[in-house]
Design a binder for this molecule. Structure first.
Ligand SMILES: Nc1ncnc2c1ncn2[C@@H]1O[C@H](COP(=O)(O)OP(=O)(O)O)[C@@H](O)[C@H]1O
Ligand SMILES: [Mg+2]
Length: 306
């Protein structure tokens, strides 16, 4: 009996340890955004600038946490930054391994902020190299659910196969389905060779498509054509369970309210009226279709376990 109690204590300890590891890599305290925080502790340690975006890596020397300060070169891209914050909040509700994103308001000075008077976003720095730089073949190893150029319109069996190689990928794929996100091509999925974990970054291209409806149609068709393998079913279970959490914790009306609040912070409400309207339509459509998708996945999983 004593032995079995210590065994259970060990298990609980391991679970705590595992969630703590996840906490460190994906989340952060964001204490550095507090107005009372002494910004002298924040040091610029690198940059990953691209033609269209400034990404400055900073380190909080007090808590030893790394972050990226991101700003698009074009002021028009502010809406994309707001979407990144919105999607990060949704991801956080279901513990999906993508970077967490917070707003650095326009008027706030922050080390690494390139355009001082424009808003920026602060992202937790995630470890690893992109699948693209690790030369993963996008035809076989990708979870991107919409890519016209490659003829990808919704989830495919190849995507499900890749999802089966790590629970992280099924979770990110579920987030993408629920939020109609198209960003997670090989450049925006990082693989950490130390922990064997995958992380998503770059959350801007969301609520542009109803990927939940496409997933419903594609999975229904796949199931009719050929039974899913055990590995594929395991991946679909994590995908379904993550979708369930996302649905339960993110009502479409709440997502819309959060979007409105974010738009309001910019004082550019009028400019973003059409984009906000389009986005809201997609929020509701994806949510409705995701509910149907969960029922379908439940039937498929049940059939497999019989
Ligand atoms: N949270 C992050 N952690 C680590 N690296 C990041 C993070 N965010 C961005 N980067 C780096 O900056 C690059 C550009 O950022 P990304 O968000 O993909 O911008 P874009 O919208 O231009 O594609 C990425 O390819 C990656 O190298
Ligand atoms: Mg990118």
């Amino acid at each position: 009996m004593i032995c079995s109690i210590s065994y259970y204590i060990k298990i609980v300890f391991m679970i705590c340890l595992l969630s703590a590891t996840e906490l460190v890599k994906c989340k952060a305290s964001f204490e550095i955004l507090d107005p009372s925080y002494d910004q002298k502790n924040i040091k610029i340690i690198g940059q990953r600038n691209k033609k269209t975006v400034y990404v400055i890596i900073v380190e909080d020397q007090l808590y030893k946490e790394k972050y990226c300060v991101k700003q698009y070169c074009l002021a028009d891209k502010i809406f994309d930054s707001l979407i990144e914050i919105l999607i990060s909040g949704i991801a956080e509700s279901a513990n999906v391994p993508v970077n967490r994103v917070k707003l650095i308001p326009a008027e706030v000075f922050f080390p690494g902020k390139f355009y001082k008077k424009r808003m920026a976003t602060l992202h937790t720095f995630v470890p690893g190299k992109s699948l693209h730089s690790l030369h993963y073949d996008p035809e076989k190893f990708s979870i991107q659910q919409f890519k016209k150029e490659r003829g990808i319109f919704g989830i495919t069996r190849t995507i499900i196969n890749f999802m089966s190689s790590s629970p992280n990928l099924s979770q990110i794929a579920a987030l993408d389905t629920f939020t109609g996100s198209q960003s997670h091509g090989g450049g925006n999925i990082l693989f950490d060779e130390e922990s064997n974990d995958f992380y998503g970054i770059d959350l801007k291209k969301a609520f542009r498509k109803n990927l939940s409806r496409l997933a419903y149609e594609n999975i229904k068709k796949m199931d009719a054509e050929k039974l899913f393998t055990s590995c594929q079913i395991d991946a679909l279970k994590i995908y379904r369970d993550t979708l369930k959490k996302l649905i339960a914790r993110n009502l479409p009306s709440d997502i819309c309210k959060k979007l409105d609040a974010l738009v309001k912070t910019t004082n550019l409400n009028n400019k973003f009226v059409p984009a906000t309207r389009k986005c809201k339509v997609m929020i509701f459509q994806n949510y409705d279709s995701a509910q149907k998708l969960i029922v379908l996945l439940g039937e498929i999983i049940k059939k497999h376990t019989k």
